[in-house]
Write a protein that binds this ligand. Structure first.
Ligand code: GLP
Length: 241
């Protein structure tokens, strides 16, 4: 794993954006894996800025999001569909049918998981996956204890994750209890991975990732087994290294 330390969040977002743009330049039909949460929003703003300034095109790009809440309609402000449209898709020239996110309102979740997994494969796999990390080491919504062999699946969210994400909802009760997430093996199939880590609340998780053992109890530790991972961490996140 390559670690890039930055002074602050703004620089982290700029550096990650520069690297995403270089991959896009090399492959204008990039299959780009995307994440939600607060951490990648600065990266998305940088990509939007670049699109406005330099007209970088996303016409041939396909995006694949990591996860979606169960039971939240796409048009609901709390869905990851809504989040991605608002934070990125509606500000760049990507055809909306080339943006792919698991359907958290599917009738049959088992079928939806299989469909999403096969779909990624049919598109030739993900070239570059952007990841954040949960305080408990989750990637996507793969909570501690998830098998490293897992494919796209339905997951019960950890209470700590629901609490962390309750800041986006009116109350803790409103936070969904389940999600569909790409599995750990799905994420590991990506040809390249960028992990973005920002802020003091992630310092312990980053230290455990860098210095701890590889274990299913700490899902992000699997990244140590991937040949092409870059971690972008700001000063606060790197405070315990
Ligand atoms: C969320 C998402 C993850 C994200 C993580 C951290 O629950 N499912 O993909 O990486 O939690 O979020 P944040 O960047 O807001 O700290």
């Amino acid at each position: 794993m390559k670690l890039i330390q930055t002074l602050n969040y703004a620089e982290l977002s700029q550096q990650a954006a520069a690297q995403v743009l270089s991959r896009l330049k090399g492959n204008p039909a990039l299959n780009l894996g995307l994440a939600t949460g607060s951490t990648p929003t600065g990266l998305y703003q940088e990509l939007i800025k670049d699109h406005q300034l330099n007209r970088t095109s996303y016409q041939r790009v396909n995006t694949f999001n990591l996860d979606e809440y169960i039971g939240v309609p796409k048009k609901d402000h709390h869905s990851y569909h809504y989040f991605m449209c608002e934070k990125l898709f509606e500000h760049i020239d990507i055809p909306i049918e080339q943006t792919h996110i698991p359907d958290g309102t599917a009738k049959d979740f088992g079928k939806e998981c299989t469909r999403y997994e096969q779909f990624i494969r049919e598109y030739g796999g993900i070239d570059l996956q952007v990841l954040g990390i949960g305080q408990n080491g989750h990637i996507g919504f793969n909570e501690p204890g998830t098998s490293f062999d897992s494919r796209t699946h339905l997951i019960d969210l950890a209470e700590s994750t629901r609490k962390a994400n309750s800041r986006f909802f009116a109350s803790l009760d409103d936070v969904p209890r389940q999600a569909i997430t790409m599995g750990i093996a799905t994420i590991m199939d990506s040809r390249e991975i960028f992990l973005l880590v920002s802020g003091i609340t992630k310092a312990e998780a980053l230290a455990r990732l860098m210095e701890g053992e590889v274990s299913e109890e700490f899902p992000a530790s699997v990244l140590k087994k991937h040949p092409n991972v870059t971690i972008f961490a700001d000063k606060e996140a790197a405070a315990m290294l």
